[in-house]
Write a protein that binds this ligand. Structure first.
Ligand SMILES: Cc1cc2nc3c(=O)[nH]c(=O)nc-3n(C[C@H](O)[C@H](O)[C@H](O)COP(=O)(O)OP(=O)(O)OC[C@H]3O[C@@H](n4cnc5c(N)ncnc54)[C@H](O)[C@@H]3O)c2cc1C
Length: 455
C-alpha cells in the first residue's frame, strides 16, 4: 500500500509517521516546510513569544513586589531569533523522524490529475500515482469583505510573527483566539493595541466566564476592546492605517492584523476529479472519506475547529482505517482547546450555556477560584477559575478554566470530558499538594456543593 499525503502540517506529517509505523510506504508532498502553519507560523511561534513575554513579566513582578531590583531591556530582534530557533529545531526534528522512518518527502505543489495521481510542481515536475491519497493542505487567513482592506496589505499571522520592528500602535480585526493571543503578545512588548470584534463579546464561541475573564485581563493590561463593531472601510495614509467602523467612529494605527478567521486551502483541480467542497471546506463522511473513493481529507482543510491536535488525530484515524486497524467512526467531540492570552485558558466539551440549553437548570456546575488555591497564591496568581459542568446524572460534559497554566490543567480536564467520566469517578481521587491540579478535584466536588476550600 502506497499512501500519498498532500501537506506536511500536523495532519499530514503525523499521518505519515503513523502509516510508516504500520509498515506502509508513504510519500508526503509539501510546498513549503514540514510542520505546516502550526509549527512555522502558528501554534509554536506564538507560544515562543507568549512564554518569552511571561519570563519578562515574571521579572517585572519581582520588581513590583520589591523582591529584587533590576532592569531588563528586551530586544525584539533577538526574541524573534529565539522564536525562529525553536521553530527550526522542531522542523528539523520532523525531518529527522521522516528520514529514520523511511518516509519520502517530495518538495513541490501537488495538483490532482486523477483520484490516485498527482502532478508535483517543484524544482522538477513529476507525476506520481498512489493507492490512497490524504489531502491535508490546511488553511490560510481569510480577509473579511471590508472595503479597501485587501488593498492596504494588512498583516496576517505570518507577517505579524516576522515583523522586523514592533509597531507603536496596532489594531487587530477579530477578537477570536488568534486575535486575543496577538493582542496579549504585542501589548506585552509595549504596543498600544485595540481589538475590534463584530460580535457582542470577544471569544464568542467560548464559555461566557472564559470570555469575560480574558476580556477583563486584557483590559487590565491596557488593551482596548471594541465589541459589536463592524469595520466598513480601511485605508492607509503616511502615518499608518485607518479603520472606519459602522457607528461612524474610526481607529488609526501603525499596522493592522487581520484575525477574523481561517479559510481552507485546496490543491488545484479538486473539482475536476469530483471532490465535493462545502461551506466549511472539503466534505467528508464519518470516516473522513471525501466524495471520491480512495481520497481522504484531514485537518483545517475539512473546516473548523482549526486545531493542530485535532488535525493530527484525524490524520492518524485515516491511516489506521486505510490500513485496516479500525472501522469506528471519527469522534472529535470534547476536543480540548487552549487559549494563550492575558490569561491562559482551556476548554473541552459543552459551555455552560450549551449545557443549560440541553439539560435545563438540572445541570451541575462546580466552580473553584484560583484565589482559594495555596499553590496559586504561592505563585501570586489570584486571577482565574476552574469550572466543571456535569449532566444531571453526574457525567462530566464540560471543563473550562482561565488562569495560570490552564493549558496544562486542560490535559486532565479534557481527559475527563473525552472519557465520559462522572463526578463519582473523580471525587475520591487524590491530587498532589500543593498543585494547581488540586483545583480540578475541588471543582468536581463543588458541582455537588462539597468543595473543601470554598463555601
Ligand atoms: C497564529 C496561529 C496560532 C495558532 N495556535 C494554535 C494553537 O495554539 N493550538 C492549536 O491547536 N492550533 C493552533 N493554530 C491552528 C493550527 O495551526 C492549525 O489547526 C493546524 O496547523 C492545522 O494543521 P493542518 O495539517 O490541517 O494544516 P497546515 O498546518 O496548514 O498544513 C498544511 C500544509 O500543506 C501544505 N500545502 C498546501 N497546499 C499544498 C499543495 N497543493 N501541495 C503541497 N503542499 C501543500 C502547506 O504548505 C502546509 O505546510 C494556530 C493557527 C494560527 C494561524
Amino acid at each position: 500500500m502506497h499512501i500519498g499525503i498532500i501537506g506536511g502540517g500536523p495532519a499530514g506529517y503525523v499521518a505519515a509517521i503513523r502509516a510508516a509505523q504500520m509498515g506502509a510506504k508513504v510519500s508526503v508532498v509539501e510546498k513549503e516546510f514540514l510542520g505546516g502553519e502550526c509549527t512555522n507560523h502558528g501554534c509554536i511561534p506564538t507560544k515562543a513569544l507568549y512564554l518569552t513575554a511571561h519570563k519578562i513579566a515574571d521579572f517585572q513582578w519581582g520588581n513590583a513586589m520589591s523582591l529584587w531590583d533590576g532592569e531588563i531591556f528586551p530586544d525584539w530582534r533577538k526574541i524573534l531569533d529565539f522564536k525562529n530557533r525553536v521553530v527550526q529545531r522542531l522542523v528539523k526534528g520532523i525531518e529527522f523522524l521522516f528520514k529514520k522512518r523511511g518516509i519520502e518527502l517530495i518538495s513541490g505543489r501537488a495538483v490532482f490529475l486523477s483520484p490516485t495521481e498527482i502532478l508535483i510542481e517543484g524544482a522538477k515536475s513529476e507525476r506520481r500515482k498512489f493507492d490512497k491519497i490524504i489531502i491535508a493542505t490546511g488553511s490560510t487567513t481569510s480577509i473579511p469583505p471590508v472595503e479597501g482592506l485587501s488593498g492596504i496589505s494588512p498583516w496576517d499571522n505570518r507577517r505579524a510573527l516576522s515583523a522586523e520592528k514592533l509597531p507603536q500602535k496596532l489594531v487587530i480585526l477579530g477578537g477570536g483566539v488568534i486575535g486575543v493571543e496577538f493582542a496579549h503578545i504585542f501589548r506585552a512588548f509595549g504596543c498600544d493595541v485595540t481589538i475590534v470584534e463584530l460580535m457582542p463579546k470577544i471569544l464568542p464561541f467560548n464559555d461566557d466566564d472564559v470570555s469575560s475573564a480574558i476580556h477583563r485581563a486584557l483590559v487590565k493590561e491596557g488593551v482596548k476592546i471594541i465589541v459589536s463593531a463592524k469595520a466598513v472601510y480601511a485605508h492607509r495614509n503616511t502615518e499608518g492605517v485607518i479603520i472606519e467602523l459602522d457607528d461612524g467612529n474610526s481607529i488609526s494605527a501603525e499596522e493592522i492584523i487581520v484575525a477574523t478567521g481561517r479559510t481552507p486551502v485546496f490543491p488545484d483541480k479538486l473539482d475536476e476529479i469530483g471532490i465535493e467542497i462545502g461551506e466549511n471546506g472539503i466534505v467528508v463522511d464519518d470516516f473522513l472519506r471525501t466524495s471520491v473513493e480512495d481520497v481522504y481529507a484531514a485537518g483545517d482543510v475539512i473546516g473548523p475547529p482549526f486545531l493542530a491536535h485535532l488535525a493530527s488525530h484525524q490524520g492518524i484515524f485515516i491511516v489506521e482505517r486505510i490500513l485496516g486497524e479500525s472501522d469506528r467512526k471519527f469522534d472529535g467531540s470534547g476536543v480540548p482547546a487552549a487559549i494563550f492570552s492575558a490569561l491562559e485558558a482551556g476548554s473541552a466539551g459543552l459551555t455552560e450555556a450549551e449545557a443549560r440549553k440541553k439539560f435545563g437548570d438540572n445541570v451541575k456546575i462546580g466552580k473553584f477560584p484560583y484565589i482559594a488555591s495555596g499553590r496559586a497564591l504561592c505563585e501570586d496568581e489570584k486571577e482565574g477559575f476552574l469550572k466543571v459542568i456535569a449532566a444531571p446524572d453526574g457525567k462530566i460534559i464540560g471543563f473550562h478554566s482561565a488562569g495560570k497554566n490552564s493549558s496544562e490543567l486542560l490535559g486532565l480536564g479534557g481527559f475527563l470530558v473525552q472519557s465520559g467520566l462522572s463526578i463519582d469517578d473523580v471525587e475520591d481521587k487524590i491530587f498532589a499538594h500543593p498543585t494547581l491540579s488540586e483545583m480540578i478535584g475541588e471543582s468536581v466536588l463543588a458541582a455537588e456543593q462539597r468543595a473543601i476550600h470554598i463555601l
